[in-house]
Design a binder for this molecule. Structure first.
Ligand code: ZN
Length: 303
């Protein structure tokens, strides 16, 4: 090969390489999946239960904070840890932000699990922690999967809150719903709606209308669930009145709904394990919330 030919070859090669580099630099971001992945949500339940007890102060509680922050960061969310309470018993809420816009919507779930299974039928087991596959992990799994599938360009400010110390009531003089109480007291902006997701993994999931929830917002959500084909889950029947993480917001006059199936025989027992949780139940709730965000608040799908 002559020197001239070699130079032409080298120049062409360099040109091709720079073009490839430019194409790579300006490549389109991979579109985020926009359907709720039930299997991934189920695996998030298993991961949480594998951490063991997750009450404030436990090792599993710390692992939860690290794992949640990691997963949320990977999905493009920034995470702020709100620390309140006392130095001896801090309350740590995880607040995740990504989307910008109007209105502000807050979706929350408690990530702590009850320290003692004080409703276990076996008195010997009442001093053991609750595994919290449904009571704790199911709500968190729905929120985490939503974090991955909410369209990044949805023009709504969605804030996902992972609430601490919901489930320690009457243990060492603690109250229930401590994390949400702190959050509601320290809100800088008023959300247009607050939706709490708790105990939504039950394999025969039935969600009657919790009575302390804001009826209008509740009707909107239930109608969407029914339209998506989940009519046997989102039932138009009166449910119980519960003290859950929606209450501090209701007390502030903010519309809030508790999505919960309180009819769960393993509640606060050592049998609240992953085999009681159905991925399809998690998906029914996740699909409904995603549709609500996109259809009623986004401009991605105009009616
Ligand atoms: Zn509980």
């Amino acid at each position: 090969m002559s020197q001239k030919k070699f130079r032409i070859l080298l120049t062409s090669l360099l040109a091709i390489l720079s073009m490839l580099l430019l194409l790579w630099l300006f490549r389109k971001p991979v579109l985020a999946p926009t359907t709720f992945n039930a299997d991934r949500a189920r695996s998030d339940v298993l991961t949480q239960v594998s951490f063991g007890a997750r009450h404030p102060g436990s090792e599993g509680h710390q692992q939860m904070i690290m794992w949640l922050s990691d997963e949320l960061n990977q999905a493009g969310w920034s995470v702020e840890v709100q620390q309140e309470g006392t130095p001896e018993s801090p309350i740590l809420n995880l607040i995740a932000h990504r989307n910008q816009g109007e209105p502000l919507i807050l979706i929350g779930a408690h990530y702590d699990t009850r320290e003692f299974a004080d409703r276990d039928p076996d008195p010997q087991k009442q001093s053991q922690p609750v595994p919290g596959a449904n009571d704790g992990a199911s709500g968190v799994a729905v929120l985490l999967e939503l974090a991955r599938v909410i369209p990044p360009d949805l023009p709504v400010e969605v804030v996902l809150v992972f609430l601490d110390a919901e489930d320690q009531g009457q243990i060492r003089q603690q109250d229930w719903i401590q994390g949400s109480t702190v959050l509601a007291e320290t809100l800088l902006d008023t959300p247009q709606a607050v939706v709490i997701v708790d105990m939504v993994g039950d394999s025969d999931l039935r969600l009657p209308l919790e009575r302390n929830s804001t009826p209008e917002l509740q009707q909107t959500l239930w109608k969407i669930g029914q339209e998506l084909g989940y009519g046997s889950i989102f039932v138009n029947e009166p449910g119980p009145s519960l003290i859950d993480d929606h209450i501090p917001f209701i007390q502030k006059g903010i519309p809030a709904v508790d999505i919960i199936d309180f009819d769960y025989p393993y509640w606060h027992t050592t049998s609240d394990t992953p085999d009681k949780v159905s991925p399809q139940s998690l998906k029914a709730v996740g699909d409904t919330l995603l549709e609500w965000l996109v259809k009623y608040h986004g401009s991605l799908r105009e009616e």
